[in-house]
Design a protein around this ligand. Structure first.
Ligand SMILES: [Zn+2]
Length: 251
């Protein structure tokens, strides 16, 4: 499984994009979250990785929750597909838990409801049901509710080559980590406590989990107190492969 890290920052970053990634599905990319400046973010990450990504190849977006650093780019993507692409462009498929799908138009409508448009004019909506598996671009995707200040889900995304765990924004939650534990590579948020998880909490996990962790959602200037957990960088392209073969290799 091919993972391109597109953003590693938290909500207040003045130097990084919001935490997000692209996962290569069957011939297309799946976007995990969609922060502001999304088109610049995808281009910069692709350039750093030495590849090119046409935004039209991102046919599926999984939105974990409605904090702006995870969804503020949806207006751009909706308008891009509707007005910027010549000819008939299929609407991007938007995958999210019902709590997100039910309210997402409250964020978007003031900017996008001109001429009586509704969300279905821009996106094809697909609910994620926590505990149930769905197929997205040839990958199997499961979701689980996290402990965060608004309804939020973590993700486990797998195909025949590997399994990716995505904590999403969450308090430190051992139950959530047990659920993520099947993954070959676990991208986990690392913040300053409260509704986020701290580095120290992640270092309390068994070593077999720590070796598979990759950190995201870090505050600007974050300096890990040791070098035992691996912070991600924007533009990292990672092969997610079974743990026995190295879990997550940076290209
Ligand atoms: Zn959040």
């Amino acid at each position: 499984m091919d993972l391109l890290v597109t953003g590693i920052g938290d909500a207040f970053s003045d130097r990084s994009f919001g935490s997000s990634a692209l996962v290569r599905g069957r011939g297309t990319w799946i976007g995990i979250d969609c922060p502001g400046m999304v088109l610049a973010m995808w281009r910069q990450a692709a350039e750093r990785a030495g590849i090119s990504i046409d935004p039209r190849e991102v046919g599926d977006l999984v939105i974990t929750h409605l904090h702006g650093d995870h969804c503020a780019g949806l207006e751009t993507i909706g308008f891009y597909h509707r007005y910027k692409i010549e000819g008939d462009s299929p609407r991007p498929r938007l995958h999210a838990i019902p709590e997100v799908l039910d309210r997402i138009w409250e964020r978007l409508a003031p900017a996008m409801d001109g001429s009586g448009s509704g969300i279905e004019d821009y996106f094809e909506l697909h609910p994620l049901r926590p505990g149930a598996e769905v197929e997205i671009a040839g990958c199997r995707v499961e979701s689980r509710m996290t402990r965060h200040s608004v309804p939020t889900c973590g993700l486990v995304i797998s195909d025949d080559s590997g399994c990716l765990g995505w904590s999403s924004d969450t308090e430190f939650d051992l139950e959530h980590l047990r659920w993520l534990d099947r993954a070959d590579c676990i991208v986990h948020e690392c913040g300053q406590g409260g509704t986020h998880t701290t580095y120290r909490e992640l270092r309390s996990l068994p070593e077999s989990v720590q070796t598979r962790l990759r950190l995201i959602h870090m505050p600007d200037g974050f300096e890990p107190p040791d070098d035992l957990l691996v912070p991600l960088r924007e533009g990292d392209r990672i092969k997610v492969v079974p743990a026995a073969f190295g879990a997550a290799r940076r290209d």
